[in-house]
Design a protein around this ligand. Structure first.
Ligand SMILES: Cc1cc2nc3c(=O)[nH]c(=O)nc-3n(C[C@H](O)[C@H](O)[C@H](O)COP(=O)(O)OP(=O)(O)OC[C@H]3O[C@@H](n4cnc5c(N)ncnc54)[C@H](O)[C@@H]3O)c2cc1C
Length: 665
């Protein structure tokens, strides 16, 4: 890495040159850096707005899952079988499915070797369990904080190798050649310099970018992504990187004051679902109005434990996803607050002393609670007995479930879609490799735990490819600046304009407004009319952003640049959703498309909840979307997905291709 200085528009800007830059320090970014270094490729650096920020570092769940090939007992499994599970989730390319399956073992054992405490039996078997959409017990877990452990151990490895880390640097643009064919560099702001007189812009000249910026966490208001995760998907769209499967975000019930998924035991102990007015008055057990009887209601709550994500296939016939619909109805349509209460049993299934009638449980739920020895007490008693750490977790975050109710919402948790990448995770913008959650490798459904596997596999693939193919010298700085100067000036101008504006909207206010809109129209309930309105609104905000925003403290630049990224992301996502509907796309994955010709779960619900299930026609296609920053327009293409081949490879042939480097062609 070399450091110089360059003068642009009266700014004396530090200019770093380095062959490969990894943006983001989550599990995917850190792994990319470690892998590149270990291949023998040393001219690299990590650029991150926060070494301890992001989803991997700061999230978890009841039993946070890692998905890999079965490695215990006599479970029959193969690369093809695992790839088929991915492929059967729909709208995923066969070659990517194969790579994620093939490299799952190497990636998993790598994590074991660096010290992630995945449990094994006394004879060394990594015993698996079944997760959602998984036919083969391929899941494993290091506990509620699997991804946190991954980042800790990977950070240790990165630091041991003295890999350069530029912390507190927020990416604000991806720099490209004139035709937007190839990445040329990056521009960031140094967050520690924002309230000083020192220069805060920083420029990077590089050959390759591994883009590990995580999911677009800030585009929704109701979100269980950790508060520290932002994302930079919009900046990649601005640079010409295409998106794919952007419609396929995943949503589910989570607490909002302390962001955590309410899956597993949190539902299996059968808490009360209540709603109140905005001041906490007028308490009501609102599920009672829509379930046929108490029995159906409590069994749906129990099932929510392991049917956590919202799924339109589980809405009708008193399914567990009816609960998500009802939470949305109370909160978004009726404007009430929704809570879980562990201090009392649901009234409908209890006697006058609030003793729970366990005989109303299905056989499955009854024997689960019986085996756990909790056919007793209130939900909180059952929770503490069955899973004390689950209770302690909230206590540690200043919420005592034994004393207070827990505010919840149907929250965005993950995006199966994201930026387009090929089988080496390279995007359509040459030399830019989206890895981790920002890469949209998955389709409609995916087994729980595949996000973490995909992040490890994708970052390894990108590192291997770069190490084996990057033979070019970097552009010299003069040439580099001549190509990217206008792009840098446009960012400087944006900043100057919003500093000079004396009135308008504060970035944080517009941020809140646009996020609320997204949660209302682009989350689990989607209707064409509202999507078009929201898209036009976001487009209007984006086109006038420079004129509308104003700040009176330079620290607000951080939010202003994030807002810019987020508005682009929202616009492209809304376009993708509308395009899906225009192509006769129906309810699937984790969202419901309002459709007056369809059915709704209960007559008393508004018609916006009428829907038809997808007939699966579109799962053979992948929707890609490109964005044009000049006129803020989008264009979609429906690409037939690559099939999944079950080919019996011949060792000598593959060995030759490997020796000759043909595998990278
Ligand atoms: C509640 C919850 C539970 C989950 N449970 C599971 C599970 O059980 N199994 C599973 O497989 N997956 C799960 N996931 C998903 C999984 O955790 C994430 O997909 C994964 O951790 C993402 O890792 P990443 O490295 O791609 O991104 P992240 O860990 O989010 O890292 C992104 C990095 O990029 C940096 N960054 C972002 N924007 C910028 C910018 N503009 N400039 C500079 N740096 C930037 C961030 O600071 C961060 O360092 C869960 C997610 C949530 C929210």
């Amino acid at each position: 890495m070399k450091k110089n200085q360059v003068k642009i528009s009266d700014h004396e800007i530090p200019l770093y040159s380095c062959k490969t830059i990894i943006v983001g320090s989550g599990a995917a970014g850190l792994n990319a850096a470690k892998r590149l270094y270990d291949f023998g490729y040393k001219d690299l650096l990590i650029l991150t707005e926060g070494l301890k920020k992001g989803t991997s570092r700061n999230t978890g769940s009841d039993k946070q899952t890692y998905y890999k090939l079965s490695l215990s007992g006599s479970h029959k499994d193969s690369v093809y079988d695992m790839a088929k599970t991915y492929f059967d989730g729909g709208a995923m390319h066969g070659d990517i499915a194969k790579v994620e399956a093939a490299l799952s073992v190497r990636s998993f054992y790598h994590l074991v070797e660096i010290g992630v405490p995945f449990p094994h039996s006394e004879l060394g078997e990594y015993v698996g369990y079944k997760t959602d959409h998984d036919p083969a017990k391929r899941a494993t877990s290091a506990g509620p904080l699997t991804s946190h452990f991954m980042t800790e151990k990977l950070e240790f490895e990165v630091k041991k190798r003295d890999i350069n880390i530029m912390d507190q640097h927020q990416l604000i643009a991806v720099l490209t050649d004139h035709g937007k064919n190839k990445v040329q560099g990056l521009i960031a702001i140094d967050l520690n310099k924002l309230n000083t007189d020192k220069e805060h812009f920083v420029i990077f000249n590089c050959n390759n970018v591994i883009y590990a910026t995580g999911g677009p966490a800030k585009i929704y208001d109701k979100s269980v992504y950790p508060g520290s995760q932002t994302g930079a998907t919009g900046l990649a769209f601005e640079a010409g990187v295409k998106g794919q499967n952007l419609t396929e975000s995943q949503f589910g019930i989570a607490s909002t004051r302390f962001r955590w998924n309410l899956s597993g035991t949190y539902q299996q102990v059968i808490p009360r679902y209540i709603s109140t007015d905005q001041n906490g008055n007028d308490e009501k057990e609102f599920l009672n109005d829509y379930f046929n009887n108490a029995k159906d209601m409590i069994n749906a709550i129990f099932l929510k434990g392991y049917q956590w994500p919202f799924d339109p296939r589980k809405v009708l016939n008193q399914g567990s996803s009816l609960i998500d619909i009802l939470v949305y109805n109370e909160q978004i349509i009726k404007g009430r607050k929704v809570w879980l209460d562990y201090t009392k049993n649901p009234e409908w299934a209890s006697n006058s002393k609030n003793d729970f009638d366990f005989n109303k449980l299905s056989k499955e739920a009854y024997s689960y609670l019986k085996n756990s020895d909790v056919l007793m007490g209130k939900p909180i008693d059952r929770l503490i007995k069955m899973n004390k750490p689950a209770y302690d977790l909230y206590k540690d975050n200043n919420i005592d479930l034994a004393k207070e109710k827990l505010e919840i919402a149907v929250c965005a948790q993950h995006n199966n879609g994201g930026l387009l990448g090929n089988k080496w995770w390279e995007s359509n913008l040459q030399n830019l490799f989206p890895v981790g959650e920002v890469n949209g490798s998955h389709g409609v459904y995916r087994p729980g735990g595949s996000a973490l596997n995909s992040g490890q596999v994708g970052s390894l693939r990108a590192a291997e490819y770069i190490y084996n193919t990057d033979k070019n010298e970097r552009l010299n700085n003069k040439e580099f600046i001549s190509i990217v100067k206008d792009q840098i000036i446009s960012k400087i101008n944006f900043e100057e304009k919003i500093i000079n504006n004396s009135k308008g909207t504060k970035p944080k206010d517009l941020f809140i407004e646009s996020k609320i809109l997204m949660s209302e129209v682009g989350a689990i309930i989607r209707s064409s009319e509202k999507i078009i309105e929201a898209k036009d609104y976001i487009k209007d905000k984006l086109s006038n952003l420079k004129e509308e925003l104003y700040i009176d403290n330079k620290v607000e630049l951080k939010t202003a640049f994030h807002l810019y990224d987020s508005l682009i992301t929202q616009l492209v996502y809304l376009y993708a959703i509308n395009d899906y509907i225009n192509n006769k796309g129906k309810s699937r994955g984790s969202y419901l498309i309002s459709d007056l010709s369809g059915k709704k779960a209960d007559r008393s619900l508004p018609d916006i909840f009428k829907f038809n299930e997808s007939n699966d026609e579109l799962v053979e296609y992948i929707q890609t979307v490109s964005f044009n920053i000049d006129n803020l327009s989008c264009q979609s293409k429906w690409v037939p997905r690559k099939g999944l081949k079950n080919d019996d490879l011949w060792f000598e042939n593959e060995w030759k291709k490997y020796r000759d480097g043909e595998i990278y062609n």
